[in-house]
Design a protein around this ligand. Structure first.
Ligand code: ZN
Length: 307
């Protein structure tokens, strides 16, 4: 009796779940995105747990002998959901970014370039092409290593969600001018250009995350400023939520080559200070780098879900 009652309860629970899923998933991917708009970022994964995606609906299983046979595996999956243990395991089969093209720019490179170049098309004002980034006050690890590690984790997450990802660099070197990074995003026709950096300060107590976006400059950025600002707000909120670090806000910038040459919405995430001992320790650990990537991923998905 007890076993029979348990089975009936399981049928009711699972059937209820499946009905909800049918409601969510009956249309195209768009219907899922519409639902997602009202779901907090940290909860959105619960709507589409990877383990549920391949489970047959009752009656759909060709080999299943009735409802009980069909729902057996579902109950087992619900009781022992697989924890996300790596970037690849997170959001598997969740195609919320299908059709999106995202260009990821891991800041800096092992090679520096002390030459200068115009800060925007046709400008007489110039900036150093690649002065090099900051480095860990404790670890000694250079910024370009951390930004690439985060970028690679982010690439895996975004691709698992259906996005096409274009990387500005996948190795330690970047040959070319600073503007060439942005031209890669332009040529890719990216829906979003995500630049990843770590901050540095002479004040070692400075810590936290900020996200930069382009100021509106006629002929340069006026056509991307609205979307860039919206993306910056989404990503900044996700960084603060996901990492629990001080919120240094979104910051408008008019002097950045990477924005002024951009024809696509662009943001620059300063994910933490390598000159702060605590943040340096965290930023140089693969586990925290994954958390940063997950936060960026959540912010990017939030941005697109509202567009
Ligand atoms: Zn930097």
């Amino acid at each position: 009796m007890a076993l029979a009652a348990l089975v009936i309860l399981a049928v009711a629970a699972v059937t209820g779940f499946v009905v909800v899923k049918q409601g969510l998933g009956s249309g195209a991917d768009n219907s899922e995105q519409a639902v997602r708009e009202n779901v907090p970022a940290e909860d959105s994964a619960a709507l589409q747990p990877a383990a549920f995606q391949s489970v047959p609906l009752p009656g759909e299983s060709a080999s299943g002998s009735g409802v009980i046979g069909a729902i057996g595996p579902v109950a087992a999956v619900r009781i022992t959901p697989r924890p996300p243990t790596s970037a690849a395991a997170v959001s598997t089969n969740d195609k919320r970014l299908a059709g999106r093209v995202i260009c990821i720019d891991p800041g800096h490179a092992v090679n520096t370039n002390s030459g200068s170049e115009p800060i925007g098309p046709g400008s007489s004002e110039t900036k150093t092409t690649e002065p090099g980034g900051t480095s860990g006050v404790i670890s000694g690890v250079p910024e370009y290593v951390v930004t690439l590690a985060i970028a690679k984790q982010l690439k895996v997450l975004l691709e698992a969600e259906g996005a096409k990802v274009v990387m500005v660099r996948e190795g330690d070197y970047f040959e070319g001018l600073a503007r060439d990074r942005t031209l890669i995003a332009n040529q890719a026709g990216a829906d979003l250009y995500v630049r990843i950096h770590c901050d540095g300060s002479t004040n070692q107590s400075a810590n936290g995350a900020s996200t930069l976006y382009p100021a509106s400059i006629p002929g340069w950025t006026d056509d991307i400023v609205v979307e860039s600002t919206r993306a910056a707000r989404s990503i900044q909120a996700a960084l603060v939520n996901g990492l629990g670090v001080p919120d240094l806000g979104v910051v408008e910038r008019s002097d950045m080559l990477g924005f002024n040459w951009s024809d696509v919405p662009a943001i620059l995430a300063e994910v933490g200070f390598m000159t702060n001992p605590d943040e340096d320790r965290r930023l140089t650990s693969p586990e925290y780098q994954l958390r940063v990537a997950q936060a960026l991923d959540a912010g990017i998905a939030d941005y697109f879900s509202a567009s």
